[in-house]
Design a protein around this ligand. Structure first.
Ligand code: B12
Ligand code: SF4
Ligand code: SF4
Length: 360
């Protein structure tokens, strides 16, 4: 610690640098996550990870930072708010705006986080800059930056270091910031002073559990990913289980419901960066507007964004489910029926099967 001088002052400095890079908060976590290991193992044992093989592959390394990066003694945790800086529809109640959009079955629900630039890129670059600043100040520093990119138990690290508490939906949330933020980490070999966790404030609330369209939050703090719309529309390859299709409604990329209903998200903070500004076609589109996209349109509109990762076929699969649910809500929607029928013959077998389901 010689090279550091006053470690508490260094953490204060780090906070200032982090803020200037677009982070709203940082913390310092210990690397002993052993008390989280049984929960991680139970989650895997229940098969809650579904086809996300990467969750099982690394096993307990996910809960052991020093095994992932030897020499790590602390983890700097960071929060970056992503609610877009721009307000739309002249309304400050962003949750009400989102609910109103989802309430119309012809509309397409695209998760708030996915409407702008891919957060992996935004956070990684900025975390690396933060690590570089720290290395300039303290001399040689063993470090690695992560955001949702490696076997790291991010929510656990964040909640242990005061970024927020773990909500019953399993995400990190904070009294003054809700949960509409991404997490990132810097693993370091420098023993900075730990930051204190905050007290949890879910109390007797169970709004997120009750609102979940697919009952994916099977108990407080337990998400069965196989039922989660985020998993089904983003992570899952192949056919979406038929029994879950009607429950997905018009959500075609991810799902925000458990966060939209959370009372603490009244306090969600807007991003300070333009990166998360929504691209116009993804803000509040209808299903038919997106269904009309060719593959070239899809690639153009999603360039540099997270949606591109799922590819055109999964995108069409998700839209077909949404269109089927719109028809179910209102069988007289002749334009929806016609659009599905017109696309059927040229579609891949996977999409064709979802179109057939939608038309039934
Ligand atoms: C896999 C994953 C998913 C999966 C599974 C989600 C989950 N809850 O595990 C799916 C695809 C469903 C998903 C969805 C979403 N995700 Co996600 N996801 C991840 C990822 C990569 C790993 C999470 C993880 O470790 N899960 C494993 C389980 C074991 O961990 P856990 O749920 O936290 O469980 C702990 C306890 O609750 C308990 N426990 C859990 N289950 C059980 C079961 C039993 C029987 C027992 C005893 C205990 C127990 O033990 C665990 C250890 O303490 C992280 C990034 C990362 N590397 O950490 C992002 C991350 C959690 N996701 C994020 C986001 C934004 C989302 C979505 C909101 C995206 C969207 N709008 O569609 C949704 C929200 C859904 C939800 N309610 O969780 C953010 C959350 C930011 C925040 N504020 O906390 C993260 C941190 C990514 C990031 N870098 O910002 N995600
Ligand atoms: S993201 Fe949607 S489907 Fe997944 S747990 Fe939350 S409310 Fe349920
Ligand atoms: S909706 Fe209620 S239970 Fe769920 S995370 Fe928010 S405060 Fe906690």
């Amino acid at each position: 610690m010689d090279q550091v001088g006053d470690p508490a002052a260094l953490v204060e400095q780090l906070r200032g640098w982090a803020r200037s890079l677009g982070f709203s908060q940082i913390g310092v976590a210990d690397v002993d996550l052993s008390s989280a290991e049984p929960g991680l193992l139970a989650w895997l044992d229940h098969g809650f990870h579904g086809s996300m093989a990467y969750m099982a592959t690394h096993g307990l390394k996910r809960a052991r930072p020093a095994e992932l990066v030897p020499g790590t003694v602390r983890v700097i945790t960071a929060r970056m708010d992503y609610l877009p800086r721009t307000r739309h529809d002249g309304d400050n109640d962003w949750q009400a705006v989102e609910w109103a959009h989802l309430a119309r079955p012809e509309n397409a629900g695209v998760s708030t986080y996915a409407r702008g630039r891919d957060y992996h890129k935004v956070l990684r670059n900025r975390l690396q800059k933060l690590a570089d600043r720290l290395a300039e100040a303290v001399g040689p520093l063993g470090h690695r930056v992560f955001t949702d990119s490696a076997p790291v138990l991010e929510v656990e690290l964040a909640s242990r270091s005061g970024i927020g508490w773990r909500g019953k939906h399993t995400l990190t949330l904070h009294r003054e910031a809700g949960s509409m933020f991404f997490l990132g980490e810097i693993y370091i070999d420098l023993p900075l002073p730990l930051s204190e966790p905050v007290t949890p404030h879910c109390g007797s609330c169970s709004a997120c559990i009750d609102v979940c369209p697919t009952r994916a939050i099977v108990a407080p703090y337990r998400v069965d990913a196989r039922r989660c719309i985020s998993y089904l529309t983003i992570e899952h390859d192949g056919a979406i289980p038929e029994d879950l299709r009607p429950l997905i409604g018009n959500r075609i990329y991810g799902c925000d419901d458990c966060q939209l209903v959370c009372p603490w998200n009244k306090y969600a903070q807007r991003s300070t960066l333009p990166d998360f500004d929504p691209r116009a076609p993804l803000l509040h589109p209808t299903l038919l507007q997106l269904w009309a996209w060719t593959e070239a349109d899809f690639l153009r509109h999603t360039e540099g964004g997270p949606i591109r990762r799922i590819g055109y076929e999964r995108w069409r699969r998700n839209l077909a489910v949404g269109l089927g649910n719109a028809l179910r809500a209102d069988p007289s929607l002749a334009d929806v029926r016609a659009a599905l029928e017109a696309a059927r013959d040229a579609a891949s077998p996977l999409v064709q099967e979802h179109i057939d389901w939608a038309l039934r």
